[in-house]
Design a protein around this ligand. Structure first.
Ligand code: ADP
Ligand code: MG
Length: 407
């Protein structure tokens, strides 16, 4: 389903649920990070792109007498067994009502309503009140698949609220408001990447984002001969011992010993000089972060210059570093990268790496557009052969960010 078809489908679902066509349609994309992993909380760079998968919200003024916001989601994968509170209110099934006469507060942890409700809370806090409305959400971003359906939902909500109120937020303020919704309502202490790219993405561009200054820079990727192939390993290994928090702490330790506010301010030379003072594992964690920040900046320059072999090598180097120094890969991610690398430039694969936090989830590959079919077939078959698991794959060009489809 392309964006146009998704919008039409969402409008139809809205009409089915509420008995009239929607007045507004707003959309926001999911994303994939091309390079720059575990750099965000070290004040480093990330290089994501918006993908051709969107969350669309259809809405209209409420017909009800009471000041209520009705929310429904027909998105595939959303658990049919919604928490009891989401079935209450005056809606028959699967929807919720937010009463604007009551102070807004988070829904129970794990409820999907926290994402739109958190964004609504952000608008209300800045004095922007949309008033009552009915809304229906549908999405082609897989939920919980590491492609940031959560940011897509937040940013689509914010875009809808802009359309309803006629008040456009500054894009950076909008992204930060959505991040705050994820922190305070969904209880997820995420960085700034997902919301920034979903707001600021542009077709045929990656986004080089400086997580220290929060300065975004669009990087043109107009060459139609290359595309991004995303492979979901469809595994998610649960970590015991808090792998993420532990790595964050190790980075902080390294920065402290190096005498810098964050690893962004450290150099590879300084790290080598300090090596005797560092625990071996802390040294390797820091080596990943410092190297990855440098690779991300180089990759952005490579994309600008359409120097694909260089970008591809940086992606493989990123994966090696994540596997060996940062130790956040897993057998399934390694299998996909290994298969991709064995297909090689002869078969149209330029580079490949794990993307996202690790321990499962997706890989991202830079491929020749004309070879997408054969590469996908080969990766799917070999991955199934090695692991017994079906991978899910799709290809995307860098897509556009949030937009109002029906003002
Ligand atoms: P990711 O962002 O990688 O997809 P998250 O766990 O951060 O994974 O967010 C997924 C959660 O966000 C879902 O479980 C659901 O609660 C919520 N969500 C995302 N998209 C939708 C949607 N279209 N409709 C309802 N809930 C959604
Ligand atoms: Mg998310």
């Amino acid at each position: 389903m392309n964006l146009h078809e998704l919008a039409r489908h969402t409008a139809q679902e809205f009409a089915k649920a509420y008995g009239r066509p929607p007045r507004w349609l707003a959309a926001a994309p999911g994303r994939v990070n091309v390079i720059g992993e575990h750099t965000d909380y070290n004040d480093g760079f990330v290089l994501p792109m918006a993908i051709e998968r969107y969350t669309v919200i259809a809405a209209d003024r409420s017909a009800a007498a009471a000041p209520l916001i009705h929310l429904r989601s027909t998105s595939p994968g959303l658990d049919a067994k919604l928490p009891a509170r989401e079935k209450s209110g005056d809606l028959d099934s699967g929807g919720v009502a937010i009463d604007l006469r009551q102070p807004l507060k988070p829904w129970p942890k794990g409820s999907w309503v926290n994402y739109p409700a958190g964004v609504l809370a952000g608008f209300l806090a800045r004095g922007t009140d949309p008033g009552p409305f009915d809304a229906l959400i549908h999405s082609t971003v897989p939920l919980g698949g590491g492609l940031s359906s959560s940011a897509a939902l937040e940013v689509a909500t914010a875009t809808l609220l802009e359309a309803i109120t006629g008040q456009k937020l500054d894009p950076v303020e909008k992204a930060l408001l959505c991040q705050k919704a994820e922190h305070e309502y969904a209880g997820m202490p995420c960085g700034i990447m997902d919301q920034f790219i979903s707001v600021l993405g542009q077709a045929d561009h990656l986004l080089l984002l400086d997580c220290r200054s929060r300065k975004p820079e669009l990087v043109p990727m107009t060459d139609p001969s290359v595309a991004i192939l995303i492979t979901n390993t469809n595994v998610k290994h649960e970590l015991t011992g808090g792998g993420y928090a532990q790595r964050r702490a190790q980075c902080e330790t390294a920065a402290k010993i190096l005498g810098v506010p964050s690893l962004r301010n450290a150099t590879a030379d300084a790290l080598e000089r300090a090596k005797p003072k560092l625990e071996e594992v802390v040294y390797r964690r820091a080596r990943h972060v410092i190297g990855e920040i440098e690779r991300t900046v180089h990759a952005a320059a490579g994309v600008r210059a359409a120097n694909w072999p260089t970008v591809g090598q940086l992606m493989y180097a990123s994966h090696r570093s994540l596997r060996e120094d940062y130790e956040v890969s897993c057998a399934e991610l390694d299998a996909v990268v290994d298969i991709a690398q064995s297909i090689g430039p002869g078969g149209g694969v330029i580079g490949c790496r794990m993307t996202g936090g690790g321990f499962g989830g997706c890989t991202v590959a830079l491929v020749e557009t004309t070879a997408v079919e054969s590469i996908s077939r080969k990766i799917a078959a070999d991955y199934k052969g090695r692991t017994g698991i079906e991978a899910t794959m799709f290809v995307s060009r860098p897509a556009g960010g949030a937009t109002v489809l029906k003002p």
